[in-house]
Design a protein around this ligand. Sequence first.
Ligand SMILES: [Zn+2]
Length: 262
Amino acid sequence: MKPGPPSSVRPVPILAFHKVDDRFEVGVTRIGRLRFSRIVSELRGWGYAAVSLADCADPARLPEKPVVLTFDDSYESVHRNAFPVLAAAGFKATVFVVTDYIGRENAWDVNLGWIRFEHLDWPRLRELRDAGWEIGSHTARHPDLTRVPASRVDAELTDSKRALEDGLNAPVRFLSFPFGRYNDRVLDAMQRAGYARGVGFWLRKPADKTLVFERKAYYLFDGNLSLRSKLTGSPLGFLENVKLRVINFFSHGTALVKPSSD
Ligand SMILES: [Zn+2]
């Protein structure tokens, strides 16, 4: 029997999280500790096993139901609240770091709760690395890469990669685009800087799909039904796309109202 065409191989679902924190803020990217624990329990109950983006390069070695768990912005709460839950479940994850903010407080995220959220410092990043987590770049200062000059794009991608590789003594192969936004110019810069792939949200499909992993973001208002649709690409996927576009539209305000990020 002939093997099926490559398109019949379903891509590994990739979930994107941000803060896992019980402190209140006006925003949709934060989820509480209890909710996160329940998500991990659901994933285990449904038979999923967490893998890294690097693992996805070799489909033959993937478990039967793989999932990649990613965290953007490398908030300290990922280490404090998500790491213990994942470790207890035997899961690893991928964290995308904004390197100029390592060990510092956030300055770009719209946060009407007036709480300053801290980012992971080097000791915690190394602890995650030692536990088998994958560490990727989320640029140096989190600009919208589609809206800054080409020289700035190059610097954001190369500086952050070098900082992480020096600080962690490990290769950095993956890049998460700030606000999920990229274009052909950004993809060219990504390849020049030596990344294997980027992760974003397919608001616009790239010409070369092998350069970008599509992710589904998990938000404050998401429940089990939308978690399943994010994992399986069910008909609810259409709604997911509408939701993503609305949130992406408003997150653009984040880039505009925060003057201190760049
Ligand atoms: Zn981000």
